[in-house]
Write a protein that binds this ligand. Structure first.
Ligand code: LMR
Length: 394
């Protein structure tokens, strides 16, 4: 039977991660996969998570199953982190999932059950696994313009024009903050305009929130999602804790379903539990419990927030340094957008050939669309990258 298996397309980001590991050059620089790295290139366990883990090790007395939707305390803590008081608790159902990707997939499956003909509108570009999963589920998909390669910012007019072509009931996938792969984000007034067009056209927002706290702060990064929660009748949120709690391999995510009509919350909750049951039965608990402990304990929370701000400030500093280094070398401000972008990534605007050259000649690994993980840099590698960018003629 196995010989009949069709070959599946490889994932470019994962392939790049493997190619980097196999490269023997000591001077190589990994700007590929979206994993935070400190100035020494390490991805440490956050102090608050480590302390929660110590406490959990001491206090946990059983590892029996929790529930199909995970611990309700986790979902509630995630609701408060993401939505704060934008809507009250009885308007939100939450379920734990295995990472944000499983939450994204469960959200799609929920759409498939309720509205199989709805188009899923994705930003051009978006995280490559978005279209991959949507296609795998055979769901109708369209793109809306999002990135303007000339300015390095959002092509907002293009986005609004394309969204105006969506049909009532279509679903619009939006990155809550820190857009992956471009780094270009909507400002508050643009979020309001997007909400308004979605409200009048009766579109359903589906938010992928994987980097809350990496942009401008925990609350600032949730502006869009909170505004939509206040103004839209319904919304789906797929949240990931991989990056902002650094629990990548523990697979911690949450699916949140927001509705103005509290009467539909029961069926939404049951469906989220049903979808988990069909996919993997019970979601993992360990990482979700650590996140809950950190969010609900004032000291651990303060420690985590301080660690997260250090990460955020470090990213902003690297962005400023890179933009400055490129300004010095090119005598122009055409890379100024790198300092304006937020989150882990920026799309540089290099061609595939230039990306290949930087990898082959300088050992600099970035995704083929020229997405760079800014966290892969440190103060001493910024000039090396700037030199390589100029040498490749970007
Ligand atoms: C990324 O975009 O690099 C990360 O979200 C990791 C992944 O799974 O692709």
């Amino acid at each position: 039977m196995f010989e009949a298996l069709p070959q599946q397309p490889g994932d470019e980001i994962i392939a790049l991660m493997q190619a980097f590991r196999a490269d023997p050059r000591e001077t190589k620089l990994d700007l590929g996969v979206g994993v935070y790295r400190d100035a020494h290139g390490n991805t440490p366990v956050m102090g608050a998570i480590k302390e929660a883990e110590r406490r959990l090790w001491q206090s946990e007395t059983t590892k029996t199953y929790v529930g199909l939707a995970g611990d309700p305390e986790f979902a509630d803590a995630m609701r408060r982190l993401i939505l704060n008081d934008a809507v009250s608790a009885d308007h939100v159902t939450g379920a734990a999932t295995t990472g944000g990707t499983a939450a994204f997939r469960a959200g799609l499956e929920m759409i498939q059950l309720a509205a199989p003909d709805a188009q899923i509108w994705i930003s051009a570009p978006t995280w490559p696994n978005h279209p991959s999963i949507i296609s795998y589920l055979n769901m109708p998909m369209s793109e809306y313009r999002y990135f303007d390669p000339e300015t390095g910012g959002v092509d907002f007019d293009g986005m609004m024009t394309d969204l105006s072509n969506a049909a009532p009931g279509d679903v619009v996938l939006l990155h809550g903050c820190c857009h992956n792969p471009t780094g270009a984000n909507l400002n508050a007034s643009q979020w309001q305009d997007v909400a308004e067009i979605m409200r009048t056209k009766r579109l359903i927002p589906f938010i992928d929130l994987a980097y809350q706290g990496f942009g401008n702060g925990l609350d600032a990064d949730a502006y869009g999602v909170r505004h939509l929660a206040k103004t839209m009748p319904e919304m789906i949120i797929a949240a990931s804790c991989s990056k902002n709690f650094g629990v990548y391999r523990d697979r911690v995510g949450a699916l949140l379903l927001v509705s103005q009509d509290t009467g539909v919350q029961g069926v939404a909750r049951d469906t989220a539990a049903f979808l988990n049951r069909q996919a993997y039965s019970f979601p993992p608990d360990h990482g979700a419990r650590l996140v809950t402990m950190v969010l609900n304990d004032p000291n651990l929370r303060a420690q985590w927030q301080a660690e997260l701000s250090d990460i955020r400030d470090g990213l902003s500093l690297l962005r400023t340094e890179l933009a400055h280094a490129l300004r010095q070398r090119t005598g122009s401000d055409r890379f100024g957008f790198l300092a304006e972008h937020r989150g882990m990534f920026s799309r540089l605007g290099a061609t595939r050939a230039q990306v290949d050259e930087m990898r082959e000649v300088h050992g600099i690994y970035m995704v083929g669309d020229s997405r760079m993980n800014i966290a892969g840099l440190n103060t001493s590698t910024v000039p090396l990258l700037a030199d390589a960018i100029v040498a490749a003629g970007v």
